[in-house]
Design a protein around this ligand. Structure first.
Ligand SMILES: NS(=O)(=O)N=C1NCCCN1
Ligand SMILES: [Zn+2]
Length: 262
């Protein structure tokens, strides 16, 4: 049987296109962003998130990432503004990270790879449901936040997600995760880059308006170590560290990245 997609040599990003042809499309993500090619767009509005902490439901290790899911059955936690038209519903958030602090993010900024990248996935309810939104160019909006490892002690104490890691060590483990407002993870600055791209995981649908925050948030080495203590495997299998679950940058193919800032 075909091995399910993943990040290993036999099922990783270089082979995804064999089962998911969209992976070779012209609007794939992530990309490398070079400030010299970015265009400041003064017409870009600020973005606003209004999230209901009660919408948070559970946290899950699905063997490929750590994911928090939210109630998206109505406009309860929404993202508005920026490059978007209308309100997009928050559905889930997850992370991508490396086996060491010098890499792990998916987007690369002026050659800089961050230790991790957090994705907050929202979808446009005008397309009826999430599955319908995946088929539309304006179907999904993902806010990307870069994580930088800081030696300082004033690190991300809010990072409640990492407190829950002990309960979801192995693939398939899920724990309640409630009363959580993910907007506490936003950095101070609202500056962002935006461009049109795809999911960075198969089937790699090209339905995403990316909103990448310029200012990284800081985490401690211990917090990164916690993330790396997750296992790709189930509880009755050998521990296989869940690390390096990132797709490398894809061809920009003439796309323009706009910046909300000068
Ligand atoms: N890394 S990504 O582009 O957000 N990919 C996703 N795939 C499944 C649904 C949520 N997001
Ligand atoms: Zn992601």
């Amino acid at each position: 049987a075909q091995s399910v997609w993943g990040y290993d040599s036999d099922n990783g990003p270089e082979r995804w296109h064999e089962n998911y042809p969209m992976a070779k499309g012209d609007k794939q993500s992530p990309i490398e962003i070079n400030s010299k090619d970015v265009r400041h767009d003064s017409s870009l509005a600020p973005w606003h998130a209004s999230y209901d902490p009660g919408a948070a439901k559970t946290i899950l290790n699905n063997g490929r990432t750590c994911r928090v899911v939210f109630d998206d059955s109505f406009d309860r936690s929404v993202l508005r503004g920026g490059p978007l038209t209308g309100a997009y519903r928050l559905r889930q958030l997850h992370l991508h990270w490396g086996s060491s602090d010098d890499h792990g993010s998916e987007h690369v900024i002026d050659g800089v790879k961050y230790a991790a990248e957090l994705h907050m996935v929202h979808w446009n309810p005008k397309h009826g449901n999430f599955a319908g939104a995946l088929k539309q160019p304006d179907g999904v909006a993902v806010v990307g936040i870069f994580l930088k490892v800081s030696g300082k002690h004033s690190v991300f104490i809010y990072f409640l997600i990492l407190e829950e890691i002990d309960n979801i060590k192995t693939k398939g483990k899920e724990a309640p995760f409630q009363h959580f407002d993910p907007s506490i993870l936003f950095p101070k600055s609202r500056d962002y880059w935006t461009y049109h791209g795809s999911f960075t995981t198969p089937p790699c649908e090209e339905c995403i308006t990316w909103i990448l925050l310029r200012e990284p948030i800081e985490v401690s080495p211990d917090q990164m170590a916690k993330l790396r203590s997750l296992s790709k495997n189930g509880e009755n299998e050998a521990m296989n560290p869940l690390v390096d679950n990132w797709r490398p940058p894809q061809p920009v193919k003439g796309r323009v990245v706009r910046a909300s800032f000068k």
